[in-house]
Ligand binder design. Sequence first.
Ligand code: AKB
Length: 320
Amino acid sequence: MTQNNTLKVLVTGAVGQVGSELTMELRRRYGDDNVIAAGHRTNPDDVLRTSGPFEIIDVTIRDEIERVIKRHKINTIYHLAAILSVVGEEKPQLAWNVNINGLHNILETARQHDVKRVFVPSSIAVFGPETPRNNAPQETTLRPTTIYGVTKVAGELLGNYYCKRFGLDVRGLRYPGIISSETLPGGGTTDYAVHIFYSAIKDRRYTCFVREDTVLPMIYMPDCIKASIRLMEADLSSLKHHCDYNLAGMSFSAKQLASEIKKWIPDFACNYEPDFRQAIADSWPKRIDDSAARKEWGWPPTFDLPSMTIDMLKRLRSPN
Ligand code: AKB
């Protein structure tokens, strides 16, 4: 499908950390009326509601998805609604229901209503302790130890199955931890890399829930949005993978992040009190190899740790 003004895009999870910013960028690109933001019953967002169409969808209820797809003649879906790693460990049944049954509802409804292309983010949570921790390869052992990771591996396989079996063009990236300034993340292990900025500005101190030497792959939101849209706009013939592209932005330890912030807020102090989330972080790789993404659809990140830190502090200090 060519990406032109006939696109009718549905974004599920539109009020979440990625959805809130991705929806606005998609509206800028394809027109406000062509991008339908959908959120769960809670957390309606005024800008999302006033800048274009907004629908309430619980992705675990197939009829609600079908109603919106038919009503707006949707041909492209960004399916972002998901439960992340920490909430997943607290509520494993909910994680399974939203991440697996919700995804299956999206794919099945898309197939039945002739939707052309579906984006489904995966995550570095697909990896587990048996994956090489430095430069986790594109093709490697996937034995996650969290329910979130289990649902993400199954989601990649389900998406690939729908591509092969039904010809539905499903695409996805393994998101690293995402750092952003507009909407707070909800319930992930990598959330400390966002919270630290808010606390540094407000309180000049932060208690981090992972050890200072914890290194994880991260990406800044503008790069995350660029990657998601670039993959969705890539020519299908150039893609050798579908739902499981490794995606890297930068990797740093919690201490390196705190030191970078301290360059701009000299009296900032960070201490470390690791809790149960440390075990989740320790099961994920420190760095990932995203050469397939670079080769097949031209992925280069723009931001590194210093440039991301400067931009985050600027945006949080003077929000629009
Ligand atoms: C989480 O920490 O659960 C997410 C992720 C890495 O997918 N940010």
